[in-house]
Ligand binder design. Structure first.
Ligand code: FMN
Length: 186
């Protein structure tokens, strides 16, 4: 699949068929995440693949009641909890090296996008879920204190055929020339 097509056609999917995503496929999508760039190549991420139905249900119950991905997380083929070790990315001697904090979030974002695009490339579907009780997830999955669960990614085969995504803001509303606010595109 062409990269441009993958970028444009990937959608957040919240309804899955009963297709079983194989261990090989799971490894393949995590392999794509593994090659993402990261701060000083620290690769502070880790991935907990959840197959156990009981644990999947517990995780989905940590999603807010109004979260549109709540139901699909209990019925997906698997969940991939994406975690990150804190205090390394963006830090120097344990202190923030820039005025921005939590660079691990940025690293994880890049890895997760690689994962989702590769899943799409393999004919699989994902949704990134961030609106959840992170502390509860951490405890359910026995994630060490110095790590955070950042997002949960339900994965499966889409039951929403040819889904069109929400539209995007236009290029001219986000692209400037030489100084912020000065139009690049007329
Ligand atoms: C960091 C992040 C957190 C998200 N959290 C949720 C979530 O909790 N529940 C959900 O249904 N979708 C979630 N999404 C998916 C977005 O709603 C979705 O990407 C956006 O509406 C654009 O749709 P598209 O992915 O189909 O292009 C999240 C996406 C990102 C990047």
């Amino acid at each position: 699949m062409e990269l441009k097509e993958a970028i444009l056609k990937r959608r957040s999917i919240r309804k899955f068929t009963d297709y079983y995503v194989t261990d090989e496929e799971i490894k393949e999508v995590i392999e794509a995440a593994r090659w993402a760039p990261s701060w000083k190549n620290l690769q502070v991420w880790s991935f907990v693949v959840i197959r156990d139905r009981n644990i999947m249900e517990q995780i989905s119950n940590t999603f807010s009641k109004t979260n549109p991905a709540r139901q699909c997380a209990a019925t997906a083929s698997a969940l991939i909890a994406t975690c990150a070790k804190k205090g390394l990315s963006g830090c120097s001697n344990g202190l923030d090296a820039t005025c921005l904090n939590n660079w691990f979030m940025f690293d994880v974002g890049l890895a997760v996008q690689n994962l989702c695009l590769r899943a799409h490339d393999l004919g699989l579907a994902t949704v990134i879920v961030g609106l959840l009780d992170h502390q509860s997830c951490k405890s359910i999955l026995s994630v060490p204190e110095d790590n955070e669960v950042v997002v949960i990614i339900p994965i499966g085969k889409s039951a929403e055929k040819d889904k069109t995504g929400p539209s995007r803001k236009t290029l001219d509303t986000m692209t400037y020339l030489d100084s912020f606010g000065k139009a690049l595109i007329r």
